[in-house]
Ligand binder design. Structure first.
Ligand code: IYR
Length: 226
């Protein structure tokens, strides 16, 4: 490998025995299997320090040329949450009233979702994820970013796992179009694009998950070994 820049030895890699590796992989699967999108949130507060650590975990994700083309806006201000709910519900109403089309609405039936998004106000935190078309490591906007969608998708996955691991419930929410989030979050420029809204908090005491959501495809259906 050509090393034109300075490189450091990989000192923080941990190797496990094959037995431990399998046990860790099994345990991790068991942990991730308990992650479910929830739509009934408690209004119980969650310390900002926890959210900060989870965002730091998300921001360790790999990215094109390590440009880290993401920005997270963590919102707990009730007024901002109310504004987001108001805007999102207006969009969702038109979605459920026909914009979605019959096939899409049919696919959503087992989830039991509708245009009511009260959790956007009730949950203690909303994390708006933005992708950045330009910026580079310096974040000064002068350089192009690469594989932005892939990079931000991976970081968002890391964020969901970190929040779940910390003991919090989440929901990925993507009101369409999401441009209103830019204004509400003060990221109204031509570099940042709203990517996803993550609702974060404790599940309500009587939170439920649709049976449909527990039906994950078997390994043989999602993977092939040659
Ligand atoms: N954004 C809408 C609709 C929706 C779409 C999909 I695809 C889902 O998996 C769930 C919901 C809503 O939040 O209700």
């Amino acid at each position: 490998m050509k090393q034109t820049e300075s490189h450091f030895p990989l000192t923080d890699f941990i190797e496990y025995s094959e037995e431990d590796m399998l046990a860790r992989a099994q345990n991790y699967y068991q942990e991730l299997k308990r992650r479910h999108s929830i739509r009934q949130f408690s209004d119980r507060a969650v310390p900002q320090a926890v959210i900060e650590q989870c965002i730091k975990a998300a921001a360790t994700a790999p990215s094109g040329a390590n440009h880290q083309p993401w920005h997270f806006v963590a919102i707990s201000d009730p007024e901002v949450k109310a504004q987001i709910r108001h805007e999102a519900e207006a969009l969702e109403r038109s979605f459920y009233e026909g914009r979605a089309g019959e096939e899409w609405l049919d696919a959503l039936k087992p989830l039991g979702t509708d245009a009511n998004k009260s959790y956007l106000e009730r949950a203690p935190w909303l994390i708006a994820v933005f992708s950045k078309k330009r910026g580079g490591i310096e974040n000064d906007g002068s350089k192009v970013n690469y594989y932005v969608h892939e990079s931000v998708g991976i970081a968002t996955g890391f964020l969901l796992q970190a929040l779940h691991h910390a003991g919090l419930g989440t929901l990925t929410h993507t009101p369409k179009p999401m441009s209103f989030l830019s204004k509400v979050c003060g990221r109204d420029n031509d570099v940042d694009r709203p990517y996803m809204l993550i609702v974060v908090g404790y599940p309500d005491q009587d939170a439920t998950i649709p049976e449909h959501a527990t039906n994950k495809k078997a390994l043989a259906e999602v993977a092939t070994f040659n």
